[in-house]
Design a protein around this ligand. Sequence first.
Ligand SMILES: N[C@@H](CCC(=O)N[C@@H](CS)C(=O)NCC(=O)O)C(=O)O
Length: 198
Amino acid sequence: MKLYYFDIAPNPTRVMCYIREKGIDIDTVNVSLIEGEQRSPEHLARNPAGELPVLELVEGHYLSESLSIMEYLEELYPRPVMIGATPMARAHTRSFERQVDLGVLLPVARIVHATRSPLGLPACPQVAEQEQSRLPAVLQRVDERIGAGPFAMGAAPTIVDCTLFAGLQFGEFFDFDAFRRYANISRWYDSFRERHQQ
Ligand SMILES: N[C@@H](CCC(=O)N[C@@H](CS)C(=O)NCC(=O)O)C(=O)O
């Protein structure tokens, strides 16, 4: 298997984070979003949407969508468990992951691209304003849910940590760190980042 990715970009980052947590040995190929390589014929053949990440399952057979990639890998490599050990735990983990993806990662990515897009997208203050106005309520709920942690779902890391971390790191990298106002998220973020710097 081979993962096509690009550093810092939030969706590839959450899959890379998951792979590191699992200790899976997968070849990686950098596709530069800055250079526009995602729109090359080679990459469009892997994913017609021109997005990352993409997992090459076997030669010439590709899987896109970060969550589907993590779900697939979880089936291949069930240990350590990162999507819950029981049907109920899996349901709660998936539900929280969706909330964090749609409520944090996506808005943060939109804010960054609407204000200082690393891909050179035109500034769009209305989009930034709209996303920024919605974010505090979500971050407040996430902060309460994380509580004393140590991980988003409690005692062990899950896909929720990977998605939340990738979104917040992308924001911080481009000077959008609104999450620092939330004590539990801020503490959790520093400790999870340290775990991934080792
Ligand atoms: N829903 C997709 C979103 C993938 C996505 O938007 N990837 C971004 C990087 S974070 C991308 O490749 N953007 C390239 C572009 O928009 O040209 C997923 O979860 O993997």
